[in-house]
Each structure stands twice: as C-alpha cells, then as structure tokens.
Write a protein that binds this ligand. Sequence first.
Ligand SMILES: NC(=O)c1ccc[n+]([C@@H]2O[C@H](COP(=O)([O-])OP(=O)(O)OC[C@H]3O[C@@H](n4cnc5c(N)ncnc54)[C@H](OP(=O)(O)O)[C@@H]3O)[C@@H](O)[C@H]2O)c1
Length: 260
Amino acid sequence: MPIHTSPDRIAAPARPSSSPRVAIVTGGSRGIGRRTVGRLAADGYAVAVGYAADRDEAEAAVKEAVTAGGRAIAVRADVADEHAVAALFDAAEAEFGGVDVVVHAAGRAHMAPIAELDLAVLDDLHRTNIRGTFVVVQQAARRVRPGGAIVTFSTSVVGLAFPDYGAYSASKGAVEALTLILARELRGRDVTANAVAPGPTATDGFLDGKDEETLTRLAARPPLERLGTPADIAEVVAFLASPAGHWINGQVVRANGGII
Ligand SMILES: NC(=O)c1ccc[n+]([C@@H]2O[C@H](COP(=O)([O-])OP(=O)(O)OC[C@H]3O[C@@H](n4cnc5c(N)ncnc54)[C@H](OP(=O)(O)O)[C@@H]3O)[C@@H](O)[C@H]2O)c1
C-alpha cells in the first residue's frame, strides 16, 4: 500500500515572499492577541487586528506591527456579530489579498461560584466566547487558504477545574469541542485547527480585580514558578501558524508552565 507524503508542501512557502502570509487576529488590541499581532508581524505577516471597542489600543497594535516589519489594519468587529465578522474578513481580503491564518484570541472571563452567578452574565459570556468562536471559525473555515492555520483560545482551567470558573470554563470547553471537530471537517483543505489553552497569563484582562495574594498563589503553581506572559503564548501561536507547526492539527495545546 503506498504511503502518501507531500514533502514539497511541507517545505514550500504558500506563495512568493513578495506576497506575505495574511493573518486575522481577533482580540488583537490587548493582551495575548496584541502580543501575537506583533509576533506575526515580525515574521512578515500582514495582519488585520480585530477589536471590540478600544480603537486607540487597536491603532497602537497596528503601529507596533508596522514597527516590527509587517503591514496591518485595525477593524472593529464584535466577534458574536456575524455581519461584523464577515466584514472583518472582507477587509483583510481586500487589503491583503486573502487570509492564511486566523487567531481567535478575543474572549471574556467572569468568575463567580455556580450557585451565585447571574444568568444574564452567563448568557453574555457565552455569547462572546461560544457564539463568537463559532462565528469566527465559520468564516475561517470558508476562507482560509491552503497551507493555513486556525488557532482558537481555550484555558487550562478546563482541566484544572478551579472553583469560581464554572461559566468561563464551560464556554472554553465548548471552544475545545468546536475546534477539534473543525479540524476534522477541514479534511482535504490543508488547513489546521488547534486550540491554545493558556494557564494564568499576566494580561490586563487577567490581572484586573485580583489581589496580590491571589496573584502570588497562582504564580507559585507551575513548576516554572511564575505567571505566563503574553509573549510566552504568542510564541506558541506563531509556531502553530507557521509551516513548521503544520503537522500539529486537531489538538489542545496547554501552554501553562506545567501547572497542576
Ligand atoms: N490571560 C489569561 O490568563 C488567559 C488564560 C487562559 C485563557 N485566556 C484566553 O486567552 C484569550 C486572550 O486573553 P487576554 O487575557 O489577552 O484578554 P484581554 O487582555 O482581556 O483582551 C481581550 C481582547 O478581546 C477583545 N474582545 C473582548 N470581547 C470582544 C468581542 N465581543 N468582540 C471582539 N473582541 C472582543 C478585546 O477588545 P477591546 O480591547 O476592544 O475591548 C481585547 O482585545 C481569551 O480568549 C482568554 O479567554 C487568557
């Protein structure tokens, strides 16, 4: 029985270097997404920076991308709004000629015991994290070019089961389920789909509202004895997005310093 390999597809860039790979990064205005924008730009990507509300931060991300050597635009799009997300993809295609990589970093968190959580908060959280992921990867599944990659965001809390993370962790469990099925649905397209599941990572979204004692306790948990940084996670994303990471497909990558 023949063994099918395509070594030329592994080695060859998808297109000439004069036409760079194109990435869309949702949540690109802050935190992990912001750092990922700069990291991909340093690799020469043209980047469409998606953001929810903070135009100034999105523009700052664009400036950083240009300084890092890439091209970039900022596009406001609520990830749960299918029309806005379609317009984000349209803008990337119109400006840069197509889409090769989609990094869906936009997300929200809310901590409360299950017994006490306001169900309106639950609906709001799940609208962004579950519907938002579905809407973004639906567009990605239709549009990402061969050789490309889709990266979603879960959380290591899905495995760690910290108290108070019920609603958030449930939404990220849905992201993992969706991402693994997407990888299988993309058979024949030469496009990968993986979820990155960070542990505690020092972004504004993570640090907001946490006291010093909580941060010290969380930083002590991984054997590497610190919080993750946005740069730690951006490196993992850049690898998954690159031709070098293309054999990783349909996986949840728990990037957390070995936290248990
Ligand atoms: N930090 C951690 O410890 C950690 C751990 C595990 C998993 N994660 C996951 O990693 C991802 C990034 O986290 P982060 O800490 O970098 O987040 P962050 O600093 O809070 O930034 C969130 C980003 O998402 C955007 N956003 C929020 N709601 C949106 C919506 N409805 N539509 C479009 N964009 C929206 C925000 O845009 P604006 O600036 O315009 O509001 C911002 O760019 C999230 O999915 C998060 O759940 C984070």
